[in-house]
Design a binder for this molecule. Structure first.
Ligand code: GCV
Length: 803
């Protein structure tokens, strides 16, 4: 049974402060714990990490139990919590044991002690008894790192939670409090390394006069056992070192890397290592000199080796100028083709960092076959915590179920059980991109992804259900109603998002050459980037079979290859990733492909609508600020899900010419197009891509004030009014709504959506609830543009009010 939450008056102020989301899962809210607890803490050793462990223990116990542990230098007669390290073992494991009236927290390393303390505090927070405590844990891998794609100017590539924690204006931030607090969050999950700059690296990171900036950040992370890691540009020997070459086989280049790495280690002796993106997406690499990826990795790995540092070489290498017209071309094959031949040529301290799928963090991909292809090279698994193709923290998508599928996927290497997790011993690495937003990610629910990443990197055998439950309880308290709703949203959210953005292995149908956010079904086609789905009038999907397609499937071991090659066995979820089929092809589910595409989009949009309704039932049960923030996020998501639904289904209806058997696509009861309204000042404009706006058109205001008047033609009754408008990010247009002559609402379009255009990324919904409408009523929307923002409108929709 979970304990009831008791808020004591003295702790209320702490609770109120904590509810911005800043404390994430480390809220340490008061809990009722009836078991015995020693009154003192005795610490052996005085390293900064152990001091963090001691202070955290005191902080957590004080917050949750209202008691302040006494710090004693020797064992008191009545027992204590002992923090000590054995110094044996190379991993950061720990043991928690209740003994007599004492609790032993014993780590194999200082980090182990710290992780043991966090585990102890988590048990208290989860309401578990400490009476018979006997728990021994060691991490799955020694490399449990996060990568940040932070630029030195403070911007973040694919970051959705504010500007960089680390950098501003080409310097380390003056105030690094947030970095220290982030280190604490990471440590609470057992994450022990953090790369602090973008893999698209600014060479300046290696300039000697820049080193003090890195030192400051490393100093902030160190007390939490988080080792600093750097991303470097492979051309640095030339750009920073002044050499005439960066050829990895040139002895002067090898000497330069050695001297540079030595210099860094003199200042940061515990540097974790270096991440390298080379010959990818325009980055320079060994190909400039006809050298291999192994040559590139090894020259840096050899420099790192004497210091115990690792070189993480990114396996994300592909040609982004591929010929779309050649049906045999396939980006998915790139990783194996680039690295298979090099197996055995990498230094022992070079680790290949491989994304979970063969493309690029799409809503669904098969596992990268490269994991099963390396015998001598150590692979690590790269996952993306920041939700680049997954709704960019504007959509709630809990990624743990997806990661779990990757970790558990059986690659059948040599016909034997070989889950990916048994191969990824080189590490588990997550692209985090947390930022300065108070709740770190711009969305309270997105925190669950960092939490889940850390828990899985420590123990990939944990289940998504357990992780979701744990996170929900630590983050929102133990009200069963709250937990049920949060768990349900989290655990269904990936499928929901997939349903409306890219089912059946289509990949995320977004603007892949731009912001990777809004809907744009054809953006992936007819260009060299290779994220193709090849949908046309006849059918859809990439033929990756060995028999007739690109041969990608042949990169898997035979049992897996056979499974994907045959339409009989290929799972519905990946069918269009692996095969090109007619729209009338019948899936295992019994539905045709086209009907599945229609249904899944309606199911997805409906599911988000249900999240909103369920969340609204939690009013008063979740602190007000986070309740309102999450409600606003889910309501926005519900509007966007509808935009996606209509765009994708209309696009496929248009392409296939096959009607939706349920008659929904193209028919929108209660919808009134802006282009059909009585317009004053507003001009009708074509939207690109056409599917991103209802009817392919919107109205935009070219003067200082415009209006669109709609005449209501339905029955009398109570309704909600939804106004679909476009919130571009180059202004803050004002809108006002009137029912006949009565003013009913006003708002400003001042959200920060990733586009200046009138398109699927800016399309946004405003809901005015509870209007009594009569036939012939006039609804007038007035818009006043601002800056480049045109106060554009797509349509209004009048829907029966939900009971
Ligand atoms: C940091 C994708 C992203 C890029 C990213 C790249 C990578 O292509 O869109 O922003 O670059 O992956 O992982 O290197």
């Amino acid at each position: 049974m979970r304990p009831a939450l008791i808020l004591s008056a003295s702790l209320l102020s702490f609770a109120a402060r904590a509810e911005s989301g800043y404390d994430a899962w480390l809220r340490y809210q008061p809990v009722e714990y009836r078991g015995p607890l020693p009154a003192a803490v005795v610490v052996e050793g005085d390293s900064p990490i152990v001091a963090s462990a001691r202070d955290e223990l005191i902080r957590g116990v004080r917050g949750m139990l209202g008691r302040t542990l006494r710090v004693e230098s020797r064992a008191p007669a009545e027992g204590a919590i002992f923090l000590r390290r054995t110094g044996s073992g190379s991993s950061d494991g720990f043991e928690l044991k209740a003994q007599g009236g004492s609790i032993q927290v014993v780590g194999t390393t200082d980090r182990g002690v710290l992780y043991g303390v966090f585990a102890l505090l988590r048990r208290i927070a989860l309401g578990e008894s400490l009476a018979n405590l006997d728990d021994k844990q060691s991490p799955f891998t020694n490399v449990r790192w996060v990568n940040h794609w932070d630029n030195l100017d403070g911007s973040i590539e694919r970051g959705y939670g504010g500007r960089s924690l680390f950098w501003d204006n080409l310097h380390a931030r003056t105030d690094l409090t947030r970095v220290r607090d982030y280190g604490r969050l990471l440590a609470s999950l057992g994450i022990n390394g953090c790369s602090i700059n973008n893999v698209n690296a600014n060479p300046r990171i290696l300039a000697s006069d820049f080193l003090p900036e890195i030192v400051r950040i490393a100093d902030a992370l160190r007390p939490w056992g988080v080792r600093t890691v750097l991303s470097v540009d492979f051309g640095s020997p030339q750009t920073i070192g002044g050499l005439s070459t960066f050829d990895p086989l040139d002895p002067a280049v090898a000497d330069w890397w050695k001297a540079k790495v030595d210099e860094i280690y003199r200042a940061i002796p515990d540097l974790g290592g270096i991440v390298l993106k080379a010959d990818s997406e325009g980055r320079v690499g060994p190909s400039a000199y006809g050298r291999t990826h192994a040559d590139a990795a090894n020259v840096i790995a050899r420099a790192l080796k004497p210091h115990g540092g690792l070189l993480l070489y990114r396996g994300f290498v592909y040609d982004h100028h591929m010929d779309w017209n050649n049906p045999k071309n396939d980006r998915a094959r790139a990783a194996v083709e680039n690295f298979r031949e090099l197996d055995g040529k990498f230094e022992a301290d070079a680790v290949l960092q491989i994304k979970n799928g063969p493309i690029d963090f799409q809503v669904r991909e098969p596992v990268s076959p490269l994991f099963g292809d390396l015998e001598k090279t150590k692979p690590s698994l790269e996952l993306q915590i920041t939700q680049e193709y997954m709704g960019q923290a504007r959509h709630a998508v809990f990624l743990v179920p997806m990661w779990k599928e990757t970790l558990d996927f059986d690659l059948r290497v040599r016909g034997e059980t070989t889950p990916v997790k048994s191969l990824a011993k080189g590490g588990i690495i997550g692209v985090s991109n947390a930022g300065l937003d108070e709740n770190w990610f711009g969305n309270n629910l997105s925190q669950a992804n960092l939490y889940g990443f850390g828990r899985l990197a420590w123990n990939p055998d944990l289940s998504p259900e357990d992780i979701a439950e744990e996170w929900a309880l630590l983050t929102f308290g133990d009200n069963p109603k709250v937990l049920d709703v949060v768990d349900r949203i989290l655990l269904t959210s990936w499928r929901t998002y997939e349903n409306y953005t890219g089912p059946l292995g289509l990949q995320t149908l977004t603007d892949i050459t731009g912001n990777h956010y809004g809907v744009a079904v054809e953006a992936s086609e007819r260009n060299g980037w290779g994220q193709w789905h090849r949908a046309d009038e006849e059918g859809v999907g990439m033929d990756r079979t060995v028999a007739t397609g690109t041969g990608f499937i042949g990169q898997y071991w035979p049992e897996v290859a056979r499974f994907y090659e045959s339409l009989e066995t290929c799972p519905d979820d990946l069918i269009l990733f692996m095969h090109h089929v007619p729209y009338t092809h019948v899936l295992h589910s019994g539905k045709t492909v086209i009907q599945y595409i229609y249904n899944s989009h309606y199911d997805g949009a409906e599911a988000v609508e249900s999240y909103v309704n369920e969340w609204r039932l939690l009013k008063g049960l979740v602190d007000e600020r986070r309740y309102n923030e999450i409600l606003a996020q889910l309501e926005y998501q519900a509007g966007q899900a509808e935009v996606w639904r209509d765009s994708v289904t209309n696009w496929f209806f248009h392409a296939s010419g096959i009607a939706d058997a349920k008659g929904r696509v193209g028919r929108y009861p209660g919808r009134y197009e802006a282009e059909s309204a009585q317009l004053q000042g507003y001009k009708v404009t074509d939207v690109t891509p056409w599917e991103a706006a209802s009817g392919g058109k919107a109205v935009a205001c070219a003067s200082s004030n415009c209006s669109a008047t709609f005449s209501y033609a339905g029955q009398a009754g109570w309704f909600d009014l939804r106004v679909e408008y476009f919130d571009q990010n180059n202004g803050a247009a004002r809108y006002r709504a009137w029912l006949n002559d009565q003013f009913i609402d006003e708002w400003t379009a001042a959200d920060h959506l990733p586009t200046q255009k009138i398109d699927g990324s800016s399309s946004t919904r405003r809901t005015v609830r509870g209007l009594a409408l009569r036939p012939g009523d006039r609804i007038r929307i007035e818009g006043s543009p601002d800056g480049g923002e045109a106060a554009a409108l797509d349509y209004i929709e009048i829907v029966e009010q939900k009971k």
